[in-house]
Design a protein around this ligand. Structure first.
Ligand SMILES: [Zn+2]
Ligand SMILES: [Zn+2]
Length: 406
């Protein structure tokens, strides 16, 4: 009896123990894995407490996590798939991280912003030459920029010789920095004498014309008058003048007005400076002896053209420099055009009554004597072989021509 009791007691004790342990061990363990780590979460159903544990993604760690599993067989399968996932995900992550690093390094090199010091002069500028200045960054990089030439530092003009009625004067000024001396011609008073200067509307420049009795053979338009530039030749400014042979315009003149030199019938040569941008209508119309145009401007001038106020309508030559001129004077009053062996008489510049054409002249130019109202007789040398069109047109007092054979 005693034995059976003891056995029964032991059995019931055992039953109690088994019941307890079954209750206590009801817990679920789950295994989760992401690309970076693997977590085993064990949820205790009774206490409702969740505990999670991060496991590093090394193969060696994995077996230790499996120890808590109740059914080892199924757990192993889970582990295998997780391993695969880990291997495939790990590699790309590493590669992209490396790429990012490389590009960041590149950015670093380009993003350096220079911090330059003060500008300091490397080469000093002179009156006519530019200089250079430099500034340096701590990285050794340097930057340079040009310092503009200073320009001469001139004193006031000093008159060296006063102009007279017939002679030009001279004035000079000296640079206090480099000693450079600039000289300038002061136009003779006679040229200024015959001219009329009118102030422009905005009072910034002068407009010039010839006095009614302008009787000089040359027109020289000065660069300035009363310290202001002379920029325009007035409309009709020298119209119908029969004294003018040549015209020189300064580099300040930009426009020649309408009919400014219309019918200046003894005008043979004109220099157009590069400052000229416009020539008015008929400015040189009827200038039938204007055989040479020295064009220094950008205007497109072609012989025989009606453009630009007929300036080249009668031109034999359009040249770009005075030194190429083919015009010269013989006997002080006879203008000739020399081209190779041809010496052509263009015109006489002073009123003439009886004329003996110099020997050597080979031809009489077109209109050479036309309109010479005072001409009564003329003797031509044997060297003359041709006479141009209208050479004696409108010479009312000239007796019929008589030719002497050599
Ligand atoms: Zn730098
Ligand atoms: Zn200087």
């Amino acid at each position: 009896m005693k034995r059976t009791r003891i056995i029964i007691l032991i059995l019931s004790l055992l039953l109690i123990i088994i019941g307890c342990t079954n209750d206590n061990t009801t817990s679920t363990t789950s295994l989760t894995a992401n690309k970076d780590n693997m977590t085993t979460t064990t949820v205790d159903n009774n206490s409702s407490t969740t505990s999670s544990k991060e496991i590093t993604t090394t193969k060696e760690d994995i077996p230790t996590t499996t120890t808590t599993f109740n059914e080892p067989t199924t757990t192993k399968e889970v582990v295998t798939t997780t391993k695969e996932n880990i291997t495939t995900t790990q590699e790309p992550v590493i590669t992209t991280t490396q790429e990012i690093i490389t590009t960041t390094q590149e950015n670093i090199t380009t993003e350096h912003i220079h911090e330059y010091g003060e500008w300091h002069t490397k080469n000093s500028p002179t009156c006519i030459g530019s200089g250079k200045e430099e500034r340096i960054c701590s990285c050794g990089e340097s930057e340079t920029r040009t310092i503009e030439a200073l320009g001469h530092n001139y004193s006031k003009w000093v008159t060296v010789s006063e102009p007279t009625d017939t002679n030009n004067g001279k004035r000079e000024r000296i640079c206090s920095r480099c000693g450079h001396k600039e000289e300038e011609i002061i136009d003779s008073l006679s040229y200024i004498d015959g001219l009329v200067f009118e102030l422009s509307e905005d009072e910034s420049y002068y407009i010039v014309s010839g006095k009614e009795d302008y009787s000089y053979d040359t027109v020289v338009i000065p660069a300035s008058y009363n310290n202001k530039p002379v920029k325009e030749i007035k409309d009709y400014g020298f119209e119908n003048n029969s004294y003018i042979n040549s015209v020189y315009l300064s580099n300040n003149v930009s426009s020649i007005g309408e009919r400014a030199f219309y019918n200046c019938s003894f005008l043979t040569s004109i220099t157009i400076p590069n400052s000229i941008t416009s020539i008015g209508f008929f400015a040189f119309s009827s200038c039938r002896r204007l055989v040479e145009v020295i064009n220094k401007s950008d205007l497109k001038l072609t012989a025989g053209s009606l453009d630009n106020g007929y300036i080249t309508f009668f031109a034999k030559d359009i040249i770009d420099d005075e030194s190429k001129s083919k015009l010269s004077k013989m006997n002080d009053n006879c203008i000739v055009y020399i081209d190779d062996k041809i010496i052509e008489l263009i015109c006489y510049v002073k009123p003439i009554t009886n004329i003996v054409v110099p020997n050597g002249i080979t031809s009489i130019g077109n209109y050479a004597f036309s309109g010479c109202l005072s001409l009564t007789s003329i003797t031509l040398p044997s060297s003359v072989t041709s006479i141009g069109n209208s050479a004696f047109y409108n010479c009312p007092f000239l007796h019929p021509l008589q030719f002497k054979k050599p």
